[in-house]
Write a new protein. Structure first.
Lengths: 82, 82
């Protein structure tokens, strides 16, 4: 299991409701891929969303995001945390 | 007070010790700027580091990082979180 930070661009104007809805959609199916989305943070001004997850691979994280209609633009494994 | 995600590039090969040291250096002076660095995540392969903080402004977050010798390449206020 790894820890991943993924980044979405182009989400300018995203609202709290939309972020919540997208996160809930991910949570609803994440078990299929052995992934867990822990937290997400959004900057509506620049349209950037960061998601923190754990899972077996970056590909598994991406498959969840793809199925819920919001593929990530970047996914980085982040093995080091403080 | 806002919540900020900042991103550092070019940290290829960063070690757990280096991340810990950089974080401790920020913690040691953050009060001067009313900032608090909560967590950080590093991907040594791509050289990307993400820092989550709270503070009065992105500029205040950057001043801490500058004084400790690792200015951020991007700082996004992230008012929405789940």
């Amino acid at each position: 299991m790894g820890t991943y930070m993924d980044v979405h661009h182009g989400m300018v104007g995203i609202t709290a409701d939309q972020l919540h809805e997208a996160h809930q959609a991910d949570l609803a199916i994440e078990k299929d891929e052995g992934v867990h989305f822990e937290r997400a943070w959004a900057d509506p001004s620049s349209g950037t969303v960061y998601c923190l997850s754990t899972g077996p691979s970056a590909e598994a994280v991406q498959r969840v995001h793809q199925r819920t209609g919001h593929a990530a633009d970047e996914i980085h494994e982040v093995p080091l945390t403080v």
